[in-house]
Design a protein around this ligand. Structure first.
Ligand code: GLN
Length: 191
């Protein structure tokens, strides 16, 4: 089992470091043929507009969609979660390329433009105790989820959804790869 990490832009190296720590076979994915060697794929944080445009340029959108409909497990973190979404709600980014595979609607930079980076102690029942340190960097907000989507965790005060799962598709609006806590990666490896 090899885990692919989409390596077009963003913090793919940090994800790679976690997988190496877990001794999980991993490879960077930049071209469609790289997908043939993986059965899981991580979409890292970064700039979703840039990653989306590069996915179009490298002909990756369709192959990822096809594989995800078939056998590929996919986990989007932050910008990656935006790319997973069926819909972007606010005006700013309408028309940017998306994979659109998960029945979630997200708002980019949904925590506002001033206080847009913060940390929160997250209760994520699938990861058990203790709470998970959520690092949010210009994070999106998952505004709604479809009937087939399980909410995995929300912010304590506001109830804002921060992680969700639809079968073998997973989205987190924060950066588990920056938390020095491998539990979320292990959860993805066991999906
Ligand atoms: N704000 C970025 C976007 O809209 C996401 C930020 C991140 O991945 N840390 O794509």
């Amino acid at each position: 089992m090899t885990v692919g990490i989409l390596a077009l832009q963003g913090d793919f190296r940090e994800h790679l470091q976690v997988l190496q720590r877990l001794q999980a076979p991993a490879r960077l994915v930049r071209l469609p043929q790289h997908l043939e060697e993986v059965d899981r794929l991580i979409l890292p944080g970064g700039e979703s507009t840039t990653i989306g445009k590069l996915m179009v340029a490298y002909d990756l959108l369709e192959p990822i969609r096809r594989r995800a409909g078939h056998d590929l497990a996919v986990w989007g973190t932050c910008a990656g979660a935006i790319l997973m979404a069926r819909q972007i709600t606010a005006g700013e980014a309408r028309g940017q390329p998306l994979l659109g595979m998960m029945d979630i609607a997200v708002q980019r930079n949904g925590f506002g433009s001033q206080v847009n980076s913060f940390e929160a102690s997250l209760s994520l029942p699938v990861l058990g105790e203790p709470r998970f340190r959520g690092v949010f960097i210009r994070a999106p907000v998952i505004e709604s989820v479809g009937a087939g989507v399980d909410v995995l965790g929300s912010l304590p005060e506001t109830g804002t959804i921060v992680a969700a799962r639809q079968g073998r598709l997973l989205a987190a609006t924060f950066h588990p790869e920056l938390a020095s806590d491998d539990r979320f990666h292990r959860f993805f490896l066991e999906l």
